[in-house]
Design a protein around this ligand. Structure first.
Ligand code: FMN
Length: 307
């Protein structure tokens, strides 16, 4: 194990590595790790990596902030599992818009059972895309998933059987809009190396499917970071319960279909991402950059560094 990382707030360099690795196992955006971590003695800074943005598909960085929010949730959780309290300040400096959060390490006490269980889930979580078995999610689990979103200052709305055909139409519309945009097609191929026609497609929806929308109460960067953390908490609660989840972001990425989806879920929430939850077979892990070899994810600063 490399010893190059600045120890943070009493964590050893190995522990700093482990919490950053946990953070980077969050859901990715178009297979790119659009985050950076900067360690100083008392804190870890989370930065957006704006060199890895997708300006056509995500012009206002909304999806980038969702992905970074998910990484932040994993980071908080991994720190908490080590018995340290992570005090998080979101968007702390208006002069540094890429500095998304400062996580200060404050005080020690053993993590409770909920945090310990959640902290074991990130290595097992992965996005599941193939069609799976129809699902009846027990009410207690559904309430647990809703509660997970609420704890992170967001909301999880679910769609009933009558709303699923409308969602399917909206996804088809969003897919069509993106396919007819040459700039989107070029950007998609660049980031994924795949033919965009094979991108997400329009999934079939069985009436028993659990389709949920993670929504926020406003649509500013702060809400996107909160929704990303909520998404990750929901994904980990689902992972522990043995549910597979796929993410459907097309319908939210296209403004016209996002507006209609917003109406479909009652008009009050801003939809951020659609989740499809099913019981299914495990998927292989999507590889991440090796932070020790590449230093892609961690920036190092000296003992007196500032974020
Ligand atoms: C904001 C956001 C939107 C996403 N949208 C989609 C999507 O529309 N379709 C899809 O198949 N995966 C989507 N994903 C999932 C990523 O493609 C997936 O996380 C990545 O391939 C890494 O795989 P893993 O989640 O199994 O680690 C999204 C992820 C994020 C963070």
């Amino acid at each position: 194990m490399s010893t190059r990382v600045t120890p943070v707030g009493g964590l050893t360099d190995e522990q700093v590595h482990s919490v950053v690795i946990a953070a980077t196992s969050a859901s990715l955006l178009r297979n790119s790790q659009s985050w950076r971590f900067r360690c100083i003695p008392g804190a870890i800074g989370l930065y957006a990596d704006t060199a890895r943005t997708v300006p056509v598909a995500d012009p206002d960085h909304r999806e980038l902030l969702l992905a970074c929010g998910a990484a932040l949730f994993n980071l908080r959780l991994a720190i908490r599992a080590l018995g340290v309290h992570p005090a998080v300040q979101l968007l702390p400096d208006p002069n540094q818009p890429d500095l998304l959060a400062i996580v200060r390490l404050q005080g020690r006490s053993p993590a409770g059972p909920v945090d310990r269980r959640l902290a074991e889930a990130p290595p097992r979580r992965r996005t599941n895309r193939p069609p799976l078995a129809p699902t009846t999610v027990p009410l207690s689990l559904l309430n647990g998933l809703r509660q997970a979103a609420k704890i992170e200052q967001a909301w999880m709305a679910t769609l009933d059987a009558a709303q699923l055909p409308i969602l399917r139409t909206l996804i088809a519309q969003a897919h069509d809009t993106q396919q007819h945009d040459p700039a989107f097609v070029a950007e998609w191929s660049h980031w994924t190396g795949r033919d965009p026609a094979s991108a997400d497609g329009v999934p079939a929806f069985e009436p028993e499917l659990l389709i949920a929308v993670i929504g926020s109460f406003h649509d500013l960067p702060l809400a996107h970071l909160q929704a990303g953390q909520a998404m990750q908490r929901v994904l980990l609660v689902a992972t522990i319960a043995g549910l597979s989840v796929s993410l459907l972001s097309q319908v939210v990425a296209v403004p016209a279909t996002r507006k209609q989806l917003r109406e479909l879920i009652g008009g009050g929430l801003w939809p951020q991402v659609v989740l499809r939850l099913e019981y299914g077979s495990p998927m292989p892990l999507t590889p991440r950059c090796d932070i020790e070899d590449t230093e892609v994810s961690i920036m190092l600063v000296g003992d007196h560094g500032r974020l």
